[in-house]
Design a protein around this ligand. Structure first.
Ligand code: UDP
Length: 238
């Protein structure tokens, strides 16, 4: 199964991939390595949007299980995604790639607020737009933020770079015999509750007919390989 021709994509990276081998936070050397991949993908002629999670720093739901108010925790999680966006912006600009960060929670002295038409203009000028602060609302995730922005920006695909190389019928870390799907329908992901993205994100992608491409970002050069149709991935589609 190959991907349809694409002009514009949204790449979603979980915050965890910014940790490198660390257990928490941001490893700048690893962020540079990821930025090199993003740059290589951009140089194939694509317009690129980026969304980065915040799980390497803060997750509202985990903090809530230890007593913090969930809504407050979620806002803290969204702030964490802004830190990650700035780290990625810095790494990309050091490589000579022009970027803009737009936050769903306005913070005028740090980055631009999210303005769709302005983001559109940046993309047309060849800049990478990094969407930070998820949807701007608690009780959501950056996966949903990514699906929302992919729909708003008319992206041809939502690429989810994660630590596994696709969608499996069960957790491949626990079950070595787990089977990876080459393609799978949105409906099956939802009905079998497969761990790809949260259900809201999958439903939003389905409603807007945006394919979700799940692949491993841990292997060097994989973004370009997947985009060239030579990688290992799962495509979630109708
Ligand atoms: N978050 C939120 N609303 C959003 C996006 C994120 O409240 O629209 C918060 C939520 O607490 C979440 C945290 O930000 O746990 C970090 O995002 P996420 O867990 O999606 O990051 P990832 O797992 O991709 O690193």
């Amino acid at each position: 199964m190959t991907l349809p021709p694409m002009k514009r994509i949204l790449l979603k990276l979980s915050g965890e991939v910014l940790m490198g081998e660390q257990e928490y936070g941001i490893d700048p050397a690893y962020v540079t390595r990821l930025a090199e991949e993003v740059k290589a993908a951009k140089e194939t002629g694509l317009e690129m949007c980026l969304v980065i999670g915040g799980g390497n720093i803060f997750r509202g739901i985990s903090a809530a299980s230890r007593g913090l108010d969930r809504t407050t925790g979620d806002y803290m999680g969204m702030l964490a995604t802004v830190m990650n966006a700035l780290a990625m912006q810095n790494a990309l600009e050091q490589l000579g790639v022009e970027t803009r960060v737009q936050s769903a929670i306005p913070m005028a002295s740090v980055c631009e607020p999210y303005i769709r038409r302005r983001a559109e203009r940046h993309l047309q000028k060849g800049r990478i737009v990094i969407f930070a602060a998820g949807t701007g609302n608690p009780f959501f995730t950056t996966d949903t933020g990514a699906a929302l922005r992919a729909a708003e920006m008319n992206c041809d695909a939502l690429m989810k770079g994660t630590s596994v190389d696709g969608v499996y019928d069960r957790d491949p870390k626990l079950f070595p015999e787990a089977k990876r799907f080459d393609t799978i329908s949105y409906g099956k992901v939802l009905s079998d509750n497969l761990k790809v993205m949260d259900a809201t994100a999958v439903a939003l992608a389905r409603e807007n007919a945006i394919p979700i491409v799940v692949f491993s970002i841990r292997e060097k050069g994989n973004v370009a390989r997947v985009l060239a149709g030579e990688g290992v991935q799962t495509i979630v589609q109708a």
